[in-house]
Design a protein around this ligand. Structure first.
Ligand SMILES: [Zn+2]
Length: 129
């Protein structure tokens, strides 16, 4: 079991790492495509196509797939940004679980007055939320 102190330390560490990741995060899935151009007589119409071109696709608000081609000069930064997005998802999930643990640990004790005495040998009943 994780102690409250180490949970606190882990939360602080996660929170520190979120901002730098968020600053460069980019949303989407990377793929590389090869294309033909419209120039008459270009090798791409019979031979190897142009590329690879880095493409970012993502699901837009209306549920339709959208995307864009990445300029050559920005390829590594976009790759890094998409990796940062993935890392953010993982770290936010962990942070959410630590938030839940912290909340559970800090909850006030349940009041005893008015409750029926607990049976020593019976099964624990789970009350619906
Ligand atoms: Zn061509």
């Amino acid at each position: 079991m994780t102690s409250v102190t180490s949970t606190r330390g882990r939360r602080a560490s996660l929170l520190r790492r979120l901002l730098p990741l968020a600053r460069r995060a980019m949303f989407g899935t990377l793929s590389e495509t090869y294309r033909t151009c419209g120039r008459a007589g270009c090798h791409c119409q019979v031979g190897p196509k142009h590329g690879p071109h880095l493409y970012v696709s993502f699901r837009g608000p209306a549920g339709t797939t959208a995307g864009y081609y990445v300029p050559q000069a920005l390829r590594s930064r976009v790759r890094s940004g998409v990796a940062a997005w993935q890392a953010l998802q993982t770290q936010l999930r962990e942070l959410a679980e630590l938030n839940r643990r912290q909340l559970w640990a800090a909850r006030p004790p349940r009041p005893k007055a008015g409750r029926p005495p607990r049976r020593a040998d019976g099964p624990t009943r789970v009350r619906p939320a």
